[in-house]
Design a protein around this ligand. Structure first.
Ligand code: ADP
Length: 186
């Protein structure tokens, strides 16, 4: 059986890698499908994300990597895949993922969405969290493969002035500057 693991992977994290590794034990072939999320401006181009994933899964023999910006089920049909693999972390994932699974079911009744629950150690981990930590100079080596950590830091080193705006100067005495918060709660 062929499974597709679709996502933005901007960038791939150890949480994604865990799902890919476990999927590779369950299926004959897993296709990691990089797609663009129209609601997010990506940090890395599709080509960069594919390169990062390729390097991360080089030890696994039954993984393919591809990109597609159309409907995942169209791609699945074209590649004889019967399963859409997704990962579930917290309750907030559940609502979005269930809606997507139901929608895909109405579009393609013969393709099943299969959820793997996150491994406990990665239950909090997301690509946005990694970017947020790196943006403020925190360590991310325990959250993403080493080559990905290097790419993320490099990206922030190049875009430092825009990524880390200086606090606004107070207009009058007594007004305190707005200091960037270390993290948003999402
Ligand atoms: P998308 O923008 O399509 O949600 P992501 O790259 O953020 O793409 O995630 C792809 C899939 O991987 C989703 O099913 C997501 O829930 C899952 N995923 C992301 N991070 C983790 C993690 N730490 N543990 C398990 N699954 C995860």
């Amino acid at each position: 059986m062929i499974a597709i693991y679709p996502g933005s992977f901007d960038p791939i994290t150890l949480g994604h890698l865990d799902i890919i590794t476990r999927g590779s034990r369950l299926f004959e072939r897993v296709i990691v499908l990089v797609s663009s999320n129209p609601n997010k401006v990506p940090m890395f181009s599709t080509v960069e994300r594919i390169g990062q994933i390729e390097q991360s899964v080089s030890h696994l023999t039954n993984i393919d990597i591809d990109h597609y910006d159309g409907l995942t089920i169209t791609y699945a049909r074209q590649h004889q895949a019967q399963i859409l693999l997704r990962g579930l972390r917290v309750l907030s994932d559940f609502e979005k993922e269930l809606q997507m699974a139901h929608t895909n079911k109405t579009l393609a009744d013969d393709i099943e969405t299969l959820f793997l629950s996150t491994s406990t150690e990665y239950s909090f981990l997301s690509s946005s969290l990694v970017k947020e930590i790196a943006r403020f100079g925190g360590p991310i080596d325990h959250l993403v493969p080493h080559h990905v950590a290097r790419d993320v830091y490099q990206c922030y080193a190049q875009t430092q002035p825009a990524a880390m705006p200086r606090p606004a100067r107070p207009k009058s005495v007594g007004t305190s500057p707005s200091v960037p918060k270390p993290m948003d709660h999402r």
